[in-house]
Write a protein that binds this ligand. Structure first.
Ligand code: XLS
Ligand code: NI
Ligand code: NI
Length: 440
């Protein structure tokens, strides 16, 4: 049972009640101990709450101030409020029953007047967070540094044209790595918020990208030195807040990691809404990372078909969840990463309990997605329909080609011998119908 009942007094622990329940404060599909494909649901998803959206973001937008009223802002002193916020967050995590949370350094506590003071504030908040973690069993999925809010980062952090700004970014990453290690964080994320440009006319892209590589190697070296054993994760995003971001999408980041010799330590944190901003589907970027053995973690949210920005809706699209869970089931899961709800309730969702509805919905969507994905993979012709299309590469000359053992001339000769290929249908509509048949 949750230890604290102060900030969400009307809400009790959220339990699984099954698909027939009409209780909006119960799970319909997420049953943490239920075993599916050899693992509990809890282990499949490793759900995490994003501290910033759920506990810091008052939901202001470019046209208006925030609308959320936080009962944990009880004091005039921001440091005091940071402590209350932490209490509220852990009450929420335990009532919801999520195993993990994620934070930026500046979510936990405010920035001080000097680097030393900021480090002290963060260390203080980390020691409190550690106590809460010990009391509740909730763990840290990943930590990160906020290198985009402060005005000094307006031209970027690690890619800033001014070396002095790069040093400030380094100080922040060093402290955020210390915090992550102290709290047993299983991953460390770099989301390059302003690592990009607004205009190429005033930008030396080559230099900036080289600086980013150098900066990440220095961070990796420091992390390993202080005993961080987890994965470093890059979170691709093509734009917003800058016009162009260097970590554009999964493919771009994989190329960058290879070029800068970072593949042994870095993986990817794929966010749904970032993939769609890059004109991909969510599943495209998850698949690309997974098939390269580089799927580190997922920021589970949803964009909007009509809006071209990072709307960060909570994930409610069942079809997306099915596709993602099919990929995870076929590629060995997401651990030591997880599914982090990098999502925010809408500006007019002003009841405190709306935060519960949002997370319950996201967790149930993925739980349903897992059940359906597992059915499709184990009880249908799906795999055969997909893999069968490539059968001609499994033996004989096709296999020789796939292994790189046929020249272009030999391939030409085979084309002549074999004549015009028979048509083979891609069966897309059949497969789409098959998937829909299992969504029930
Ligand atoms: C913003 C990003 C951010 C990262 C963490 O678009 O998704 O929330 O996940 O810095
Ligand atoms: Ni994110
Ligand atoms: Ni995002």
């Amino acid at each position: 049972m949750p230890k604290s009942n102060q900030y969400f007094p009307t809400i009790k622990k959220i339990n699984y009640e099954g698909p027939e329940t009409d209780n909006p404060f119960a799970f319909t599909h997420y049953d943490e101990n239920r075993v599916v494909a050899g693992k509990t649901m809890k282990d499949h998803f490793r759900f995490a709450v994003a501290y910033w959206h759920s506990f810091c973001n008052e939901n202001s937008d470019p046209f208006g101030v925030g609308t959320r009223i936080f009962p944990w802002n009880k004091s005039k002193d921001p440091l005091e409020n940071a402590k209350f916020r932490l209490e509220a967050a852990f009450e929420f995590f335990t009532k919801l029953g999520v195993p993990y949370y994620c934070f930026h350094d500046r979510d936990l506590g405010p920035e001080g007047q000097t680097i030393g003071e900021s480090e002290k504030i963060l260390a203080k908040m980390v020691s409190l967070a550690k106590q809460h973690q010990e009391n509740t069993g909730v763990k840290l999925l990943w930590g990160t540094a906020n290198l985009f809010t402060h005005p000094r980062y307006m031209n970027g952090a690690a890619t800033n044209p001014d070396f002095e700004v790069v040093c400030h970014a380094a100080a922040q990453v060093k402290a955020a790595l210390d915090a992550t290690v102290e709290l047993g964080g299983e991953n460390y994320v770099f989301w390059g918020g302003r690592e990009g440009y607004m205009s190429l006319l005033n930008t030396d892209m080559k230099r900036e990208m080289d600086h980013l590589g150098t900066f990440l190697r220095a961070a990796r070296d420091y992390g390993r030195k202080i005993g961080f054993k987890g994965s470093f994760l890059i979170e691709p995003k093509p734009m917003e807040p800058t016009k162009h971001q260097y970590d554009f999408d999964a493919a771009t980041v994989i190329g960058f990691l290879r070029e800068h010799d970072l593949l042994d330590d870095f993986k990817l944190n794929i966010e749904a809404n970032h993939a769609t901003l890059a004109s991909h589907t969510f599943s495209h970027d998850v698949m690309l990372a997974a098939q390269n053995g580089l799927l580190g973690s997922i920021d589970a949210n949803r964009g909007d078909d009509q809006n071209g920005w990072d709307t960060d809706y909570f994930p409610t699209n069942l079809y997306d969840a099915v596709e993602i869970m099919m990929i995870l089931l076929e590629h060995g899961g997401i651990a030591p990463g997880g599914l982090n709800f990098d999502a925010k309730i809408r500006r007019n969702s002003t009841d405190l309990e709306d935060l519960f509805h949002a997370h319950i919905g996201g967790m149930d969507t993925f739980a349903r997605g897992l059940l359906i994905a597992n059915e499709i993979l184990t009880n249908s012709d799906y795999r055969e329909l997909r893999d069968g299309r490539y059968r001609s590469f499994d033996s004989d000359d096709g296999e020789k080609f796939a292994k790189g053992n046929l020249t272009l001339g030999e391939l030409r000769a085979l084309a002549i011998v074999n004549g015009e290929p028979e048509q083979r249908s891609g069966k897309q509509e059949l497969i789409e119908n098959l998937v829909n048949r299992f969504i029930r």
